[in-house]
Design a protein around this ligand. Structure first.
Ligand code: DP6
Length: 330
């Protein structure tokens, strides 16, 4: 049997995915748009062999057990079924950034796992097929299959065959940066999966989110096409705030914000008053991500590196989609 290794970049949504219409197939309520990030990545090696008596999973040097392992085994089962094999696998995976810190490790993780395991199982899948399969591990993972500026089209079909990510523009289309400010790097308390489900079930404003999302999407698509940082930044910032407003008004409330989150946001507003075109976005955690042009990214980086309440500043250009590499992790 074959061994394969894949590397996938993380992605940050400019228009957020928050809510599913189908839990089992990971079909979203709305389309979303993201930028694939160079520099925040996951490398995964998969080998199927009859010498393995059960699936063995190692994440960042530690043997995975319980729920984390089950999620991965379930995903590998989908691949085994598709390839018509029964061998157990060894899976070793390494992130170059903190896991579950709101930095979308599940996105790069499942994109890398899908490519490495499908290749190791002898499958040769195209980008669309890889995106659909990655989606079934974690929704946002379908976007990490594709490089640059990406749209996850929500689709209409019941079987999910038209719900996958497409490229809006390649990484070199636009020289912008996503600057990740790490405020907390520990594991988050409420996972996106459970949180978004509660929002769909209980948030009185969810209708309004769905009614206004297509307009947000149009603005970001137009902004990417025209390389207009103000248009993209403003729409992305508003969309992130709208998602957090949904979270606040979910029962029970989901509040990821920390005092440092507000401090960072106020600094972004201040930068804008001074003429720097910087805009923020946030995900299911307290960390703040800032979108700006490459020209202004050094200024923004310097400001936040001098702040004692920011643990780490990571500057990411647009990155490539998932790909196979020759160096294996074992
Ligand atoms: C806030 O993709 O992690 O980052 O599909 O249940 O695995 P599951 O959820 P996940 O949710 C990501 C939510 C988000 C917004 C986004 O990335 O679009």
């Amino acid at each position: 049997m074959m061994k394969s290794t894949a590397i996938a970049n993380s992605n940050i949504a400019l228009i957020k995915y928050w809510g599913k219409r189908d839990q089992n197939l990971f079909l979203p309520q709305n389309s979303s748009i993201s930028m694939t990030l160079d520099g925040l990545n996951t490398t995964t090696t998969v080998e199927f062999d009859s010498k393995y008596k059960e699936d063995e999973v190692v994440i960042n040097g530690k043997r995975a057990e319980g729920k984390v392992k089950d999620k991965i085994t379930r995903h590998i089962d989908i691949i085994r079924k598709k390839a018509g094999i029964t061998e157990r696998a060894k899976i070793v995976t390494q992130n170059n950034f903190p896991t579950a810190a709101g930095l979308a490790s599940s996105a790069s993780g499942f994109a890398a796992l899908t490519l490495a395991s499908s290749r190791a199982a002898g499958l040769d899948l195209n980008e669309k097929e890889l995106s659909i399969l990655s989606r079934m591990g974690s929704g946002s993972a379908c976007r990490s299959v594709v490089g640059g500026f990406v749209k996850w089209v929500k689709g209409r079909e019941k079987d999910g065959s038209d719900s996958y990510a497409i490229q809006l523009a390649p990484p070199d289309w636009w020289d912008i940066r996503m600057i990740v400010l790490v405020i907390e790097s520990g594991e988050k308390k409420i996972k996106s999966r459970a949180g978004m489900q509660k929002t769909v079930e209980t948030c009185p404003y969810y209708r309004c989110w769905l009614d206004t999302i297509e307009n947000d999407i149009e603005e970001v698509e137009k902004g990417i096409k025209e390389r207009d940082i103000e248009l993209v930044g403003q729409a992305a910032e508003r969309n992130a705030l709208k998602m957090h407003a949904l979270m606040f008004t979910t029962i029970p409330p989901i509040i990821y914000w920390k005092p440092e989150t507000i401090k960072a946001i106020e600094e972004v507003f201040k930068m804008r008053e001074e003429g720097i075109k910087a805009y923020f976005t946030m995900d299911a955690g307290p960390n703040v991500k800032i979108l700006c042009t490459s020209n202004e990214s050094e200024k923004v980086r310097k400001v936040f590196e001098s702040r004692e309440y920011i643990k780490q500043v990571i500057v990411c250009p647009p990155g490539e989609g998932v790909r196979e590499v020759n160096e294996h992790l074992f």
